[in-house]
Design a protein around this ligand. Structure first.
Ligand code: OOG
Ligand code: MG
Length: 258
């Protein structure tokens, strides 16, 4: 059976656009890892055709907390576009999402194109800034359930992100305590060490992926290193706050239902 890459890409893009869940691809047809990344590429292409542009890349499943919550144990990567970005302390309208969850992340601002593998000791040369961030993930699959290939095809559940204030690249990001609060209640705690033992390693990992798949992360892009804690479902009216010690606070307000 030939796999209808383009049809699946359109199906996933429409599910995102209409905020309407769709069934898991892997339940009706097997797809390979390569197919999954091709579907992701084509699905993002639909967004680009509508005038969006790429703003960066993200990693997924770089912490044990996330792997265990979702039952997927491989590092994955996806793409971010300008329509996903929200201002720090801005708002989020639940109507545009299916079953969104929030998770605290660390973000990097990329200083030099990344298209080939890099060593940990060279990573600082590729960074112009570091920041705390919040990611809103919203799987396009029913019940937020997926296989590794399903989630890759679905652009790793990317749906929105907020970047806190950028700090100089030399700012310490090792062993930072990270807290996620919703309506002033602490709902998740973790540390930056939860991200691959050292969040800088997320750039080593994504560089390997860029080399393998033949893409380049251009200077000026944002890279999200992957969540340090499990993700939490959002409700109307939630006030979300990520606290990242020296990197400060990142906020997002979920609008009340109209
Ligand atoms: C997939 C995306 C994972 C992360 O930070 O680990 C991710 C998901 O959990 O739906 O963004
Ligand atoms: Mg994430």
């Amino acid at each position: 059976m030939t796999i209808r890459i383009k049809d699946i890409a359109v199906q996933l893009d429409e599910a995102a656009r209409n905020a309407q869940a769709t069934s898991q691809i892997s339940q009706t047809q097997p797809i390979s890892l390569e197919d999954a990344y091709t579907i992701q590429y084509q699905s993002i292409h639909q967004r680009l055709k509508r005038g969006e542009h790429l703003t960066g890349y993200k990693l997924g499943f770089t912490s044990k907390a996330k792997m265990e919550q979702m039952g997927v144990h491989d590092i994955i990567w996806g793409r971010l576009t300008n329509s996903m970005q929200r201002e720090n302390n801005g708002s989020l309208n639940l109507d545009q999402f299916i079953h969104p969850r929030v998770e605290p992340e660390i973000a990097f601002l990329i200083a030099k194109d990344i298209g080939q593998s890099i060593n940990l000791k060279d990573v600082p040369h590729f960074i112009d800034g570091v920041a705390g961030a919040l990611e809103i993930i919203d799987s396009r699959y029913e019940n937020f359930k997926f296989s590794l290939e399903d989630v890759i095809a679905d652009n790793c559940s990317s749906s929105a992100y907020v970047i806190g204030e950028w700090h100089p690249p030399a700012t310490n990001i090792q062993e930072l305590n990270i807290q996620l609060q919703i309506n002033k209640e602490v709902v998740q705690t973790g540390t930056s060490t939860a991200i691959l033992g050292n969040p800088l390693l997320s750039l080593v990992e994504i560089a390997k992926m860029m080399e393998r798949y033949g893409f380049v992360i251009p200077a000026g892009s944002v890279v999200l290193a992957g969540a340090a804690t499990s993700a939490v479902y959002l409700k109307a009216g939630d006030q979300i706050e990520g606290q990242f010690e020296s990197l400060g606070m990142v906020k997002l307000n979920v609008l009340e239902k109209r």
